[in-house]
Design a binder for this molecule. Sequence first.
Ligand code: GDP
Ligand code: GDP
Length: 477
Amino acid sequence: MTTPVVALVGRPNVGKSTLFNRLTRTRDALVADFPGLTRDRKYGHANISGYDFIVIDTGGIDGTEEGVEEKMAEQSLLAIEEADVVLFLVDARAGLTPADIGIAQYLRQRQNKTTVVVANKTDGIDADSHCAEFYQLGLGEIAQIAASQGRGVTQLMEDVLAPLAEKMKADESAVENDENSEQEKDEWEHEFDFNSEEDAELLDEALAEENEEPENKNIKIAIVGRPNVGKSTLTNRILGEDRVVVYDLPGTTRDSVYIPMERDGQQYTIIDTAGVRKRGKVHLSVEKFSVIKTLQAIQDANVVLLTVDAREGISDQDLSLLGFILNAGRSLVIVVNKWDGLSQYTKDQVKSELDRRLDFIDFARVHFISALHGSGVGNLFDSVQEAYACATKKMTTSMLTRLLQMATDEHQPPMINGRRIKLKFAHPGGYNPPIIVIHGNKIDKLPDSYKRYLSNYYRRSLKIVGSPIRLQFQEGS
Ligand code: GDP
Ligand code: GDP
């Protein structure tokens, strides 16, 4: 089961973007500005109470036109079709409006959709009496929230997502050993001494262990990118030219195709968002492109191959996708395709543009390839394996604590009101991406610049390439 999709619908001004921002905790949502799609749909990744989901702000429904069909902009309709759950927002302060009734009529026809009426802006009013009239919508219970304050939002999402979660496949990237790290933490508190020789050895052992071969797991690779960058060509090339691809395109637009393959003894699954073409069959790339399909493939992958077109450069949409990949914590390899037939001058231009626009991604390998001719394609697998190994690299409490000590020795955390922030110890909090939990005093005062310093320190010391790292900070021990 892939990541659930939650669509926010409702007339303008009911609080959809406010709820969207609260759920995704970001203001830079992935705005669907892809060819063939309207501008005003926003997509984001969210995690509430451990549930991952994709949220779409459908925008679009104006409510002033005559007739339900016109009221629902085409793209919003599509979002509703593709969603697992529809949250239908109404404004508790404004009360029931004709536009709400129109939208409800449409949603009632979609009987297979889970639809929840959500009364927003219930702060500072008698919510129960204001919400009573929304029962007329005929869509059942009314959930009460105040999106701008966050009130009721967690509860709402838990109620909606818990039933879906059963269908969700247990994700490999889930935090595997919470219990273990608790145990290790206890051991450390009693035994670990920064200055002892023995503990230095412990670290060495840990670092040696880290160099062991990674488990030979099936690595899921998502090949994503804008229409026409060459995803199908690359997928075909990876699978081998002679191989006849004998499946039909899937029935629904939102499903990607999962293709197993083996290379040098390693199992992979290619998540094909483009739909591999049968020989001779021509599709319009835009037609087969689906934002949701792309986002779900990213969620489901271990390593994402973000493919861009050398001739087009890095577009805002590429950056939006990149943001989503980072948010999801996925390992990343950047593939610059169509590198064939370019002059040296153009190649230099493209490279300097990449450096400039991607300077915030300092961890991903960049490959220049030609999917058409096959040059550079084989080398992608080295970076995929490296990224996967780094994302699942074994970390131990002793090793992370030692590195924390070394980092703070080199550069002390700043003083706050004359007292120094104390960072005490660190332990692993999960893999894929690697999560490092740091405990200390006054840790909420730690400036972002120092957090970045720590993150870079860990990245360099642990030699993590191709995967983001997450630091979490906890007060006390
Ligand atoms: P959208 O058009 O549906 O996306 O609505 P917005 O999210 O832009 O919100 C419209 C207005 O309602 C903004 O001024 C918000 O600040 C306000 N608003 C959103 N949520 C709440 C809430 O929970 N309580 C109150 N009092 N105002 C809210
Ligand atoms: P998708 O929409 O991302 O799946 O893109 P396609 O694989 O359908 O490719 C779009 C167009 O780019 C097709 O005409 C391909 O032949 C062409 N193309 C793909 N890869 C390359 C490449 O490496 N070099 C060149 N010159 N053209 C390519």
